[in-house]
Design a protein around this ligand. Sequence first.
Ligand code: TTP
Ligand code: MG
Length: 350
Amino acid sequence: MTERIILHLDMDAFFAAVEERESPHFKGKPVVVGADPLEGKGRGVVSTANYEARKYGIHSALPISTAYRLCPQAVFLPVNGELYNEVSGRIMEILHKHASVVEQVSLDEAYLDISFVGTYRKAEKFGQDIREEIFERERLPASCGVGPNKMIAKIACGRAKPNGILIVEPKDVEKFLEPLDIQEIPGVGPKTAALLYQALQKQELTVADVKKMRKEELIDLLGAYGGDLYDKVRGVDESPVVVDEEVKSIGKEHTFSIDTRDGEEIFLVFRGLVKDVWQEAKEQGISFKGITVRCRFQGFETHTKTKTRKEGIKTEAVFQKEASALLLRFLVENPKPVRLVGIRIGSLSA
Ligand code: TTP
Ligand code: MG
């Protein structure tokens, strides 16, 4: 693969930053967005906290009752998903204006393949210009990481936060990674880390420690992922920046007026969406193999599942069956109330 230059952009404390922008008198105060704390008795979790609130140990996914205990004087706000969605759309538009290969990963995060700029010096200027444009237009801080692949760009962006930019040139990649905790490598969660600690008889491991392991050892310990990890600790990651197929595909979604766990209601609405998408695809003469189902739970946690069949989908019944099976998996895996369901078709067949 020829040498690439990849940029990762991620907004700082996104939901909280939007709220601070909307209410300037929050400036300097700890702000927590998420479930209602109900004076410490509330259920649900923190969606995000601004950097001021993070000083108290508050972070995403923490029970809201714990957040209240840590900092009862913080400003606690509900999640205003529609607003963040709108802002996100405008930020993504800015990115699309400057690059054609943009992969949006979440509301506030995207990868850009900016190999076209040619040099890392120009890449730094590109990143700074984008951060400035976002700030000028939206008054929101963004951080950027730049490197030869997605993994390095993402880790660099995390280390540039808040409101910074970090460039890691190919010659510096290994030096950059070596001192980092092994859990900074994407895909190494607590379970993988525990297996590695056990194998190396240590309580903590850096990338440099894991780099000493042979490829076979890693594969024996972690299966196929061991092979990937062998590459990753060496700074190698060939995954491409995947352009969203949205323009070519058809999709529909529905936001429930009240978050619900009523399976009958969820499936009734969902079957309607699937039917609409099927009709639209027929009208446009589009045949397709891929189905993506999106589910947003209370707290704005959004997930997608995709299934691509070998053959095109020929009947509405098959489409309904495949789509429902994906949705059912969400409901089985996550007990939270559902806020939104969506269906999208992709992978168009010839
Ligand atoms: P992140 O980019 O992970 O976090 P952040 O933007 O709040 O903070 P930073 O990037 O500076 O570390 O997530 C983006 C938004 O997604 C976040 O503002 C709120 C939402 N979110 C949740 O609702 N639940 C979660 O568990 C996480 C991680 C994020
Ligand atoms: Mg962010």
